[in-house]
Write a protein that binds this ligand. Structure first.
Ligand code: R5P
Length: 233
């Protein structure tokens, strides 16, 4: 395991301490969450957490969790999620996040909004003073007329790039397309930007998760630290 993967594993182990048997647990998406799925599977193999049910936030997580034998339900079946554990691409001092480099932002945000708690797991490279200085902001759009969003996004100060893989647009689990948006100097006012984006017809969601994280578990070379919403106030 590389150093970074070892840090992600440590963060996942610490975040797993939030899990109690019988909980409905939102399962995020990404390389850090993969470690969490392993931890859950190991604990279940050891006879613990027989009563937990996972609500996955992507097809990728669904497939992995199934392979590991973790019981799953849809959000329709379990609309009240006790706890979601998910990764992030950036975390700022107020526990505001950028998510979505794995293209799962829409379902992740829906599950996060249905969760009593959202615990974020990350290695310390994700910590920033200002959102948008390290990662681009993913903006998911409906494919219908997707190109008209480019000028709109530029009008908000973004430099949008359509996310592609192997020469074709990336298609999200819900059928959307993604513009990765860079902002010179970062995002000055994340709340205002999110409002402007979500009012625009055709924009389905953006990767800003504001006021949603209840705790953030960060693993670095010096150990694992936990920050809660209360600490951030
Ligand atoms: O769409 C993907 C998600 O928001 C991920 O949780 C995020 O990109 C972090 O992923 P990773 O743990 O692989 O860095």
């Amino acid at each position: 395991m590389t150093d970074t993967e070892a840090l992600k594993r440590r963060a996942a182990e610490r975040a797993a301490e939030w899990i109690r048997d019988g909980m409905t647990v939102g399962l995020g998406t990404g390389s850090t969450v993969r470690h969490l799925l392993d931890v859950i599977a190991e604990r279940r193999a050891a006879g613990e957490w027989a009563g937990i049910v996972g609500v996955p936030t992507s097809e990728d997580t669904t497939a992995r969790a199934r392979r590991l034998g973790i019981p799953l339900a849809t959000l329709d079946e379990r609309p009240r999620v006790d706890l979601t554990i998910d990764g992030a691409d950036e975390v700022d001092p107020q526990l505001r996040l950028i998510k979505g480099l794995g293209a799962a932002l829409l379902r992740e945000k829906i599950v996060a909004a249905a969760s009593a708690e959202l615990v974020i797991v990350a290695d310390d490279t994700k910590v920033v003073q200002r959102l948008g200085t390290r990662a681009p902001l993913p903006v998911e759009v409906d494919p219908f007329g997707a190109a008209i969003q480019v000028d709109f996004l530029r009008g908000l100060g973004a430099e949008p790039v359509l996310r592609e893989r192997d020469g074709a647009p990336v298609v999200t689990d819900g059928g959307g397309r993604i513009y990765d948006c860079r902002f010179a100097g970062g995002i000055a006012d994340p709340e205002a930007l999110e409002r402007a984006l979500l009012m625009r017809p055709g924009i389905l969601e953006c990767g800003l998760f504001l006021g949603m994280a209840t705790a953030v578990v960060i693993a670095g070379a010096d150990g694992v630290s936990v920050r809660t919403r209360e600490d951030a106030r």
